[in-house]
Design a protein around this ligand. Structure first.
Ligand SMILES: [Fe+2]
Length: 224
């Protein structure tokens, strides 16, 4: 169900189960002067489409990394006038995404008045566009870090617990494995900390609404 975060930004989350463990998944919807932009679209059910349509016209879709692109085709069909913006590396993986526009650092986009961004390249298999929504002071992460409190699975909780990533904000073992470039990670950390963010939106897990910078630093500290 769509939730209004603040003026100009909404979020929607749903269960996402992998081998019985619920990691959850979330999308953000941002209002711009040209319409709505959907960051990391989740499955477009009828009820969600109705909710989105009640907010305005969708004119942008963002696929921010190599993994959160599963539903963009369906959104393109539902919103044929929208434009799809993607992580450049995703072009190779999804050559079927006709009309996709690569997001470059420093370039201007219809959402640039509201969202800052940069590309984090941690390795061949881990690249992500990281966003900051200025009005709500929200850092928008996709897979860069998780904040899972409970997977609703004993095995899932056990695995995340021994991984050290249950009940806390930070990177999981998978991210630690895929992010090979430690210097790029430190640079990303510094760029993110230069933003004046007060909350963190994660695609997987609970949102962080308080002490965001302290929690971000504590979560990244073990891997920097
Ligand atoms: Fe993910």
């Amino acid at each position: 169900m769509l939730r209004k975060v603040q003026q100009g930004i909404w979020e929607v989350a749903e269960d996402q189960r992998i081998l019985g463990s619920n990691l959850g998944v979330r999308a953000n919807i941002i209002k711009t002067n040209d319409g709505l932009v959907i960051h990391s679209p989740i499955e477009l059910r009828d009820s969600l489409k109705n909710d989105i349509d009640s907010l305005g016209i969708v004119n942008g879709l963002i696929a921010p990394n190599l993994y959160h692109h599963m539903y963009v085709r369906k959104y393109q069909e539902a919103y044929p006038d929208s434009r799809l913006y993607i992580l450049p590396a995703l072009l190779k993986k999804r050559s079927d995404l006709t009309g996709a526009i690569s997001i470059e650092d420093g370039a201007c986009y219809p959402w640039s008045e509201h969202l800052d961004h940069f590309t984090f390249i941690g390795g061949r298999w881990f690249q992500e566009l990281i966003f900051f929504h200025r009005e709500s002071k929200t850092l928008i992460l996709t897979d860069f870090a998780f904040n899972i409190q409970d997977t609703e699975s004993r095995i899932g909780n056990f695995l995340l617990k021994i991984d050290g990533s249950l009940g806390r904000f930070g990177q999981t073992g998978m991210e630690r494995l895929l992010i090979r470039d430690r210097k790029a990670l430190r640079t990303a950390y510094e760029r993110i900390m230069a933003w004046d963010f007060e909350r963190i939106s994660v695609a997987h897990g609970e949102q962080i609404e308080d002490n965001a910078k302290e929690i971000f630093t504590a979560g990244l500290d073990p891997v920097l």
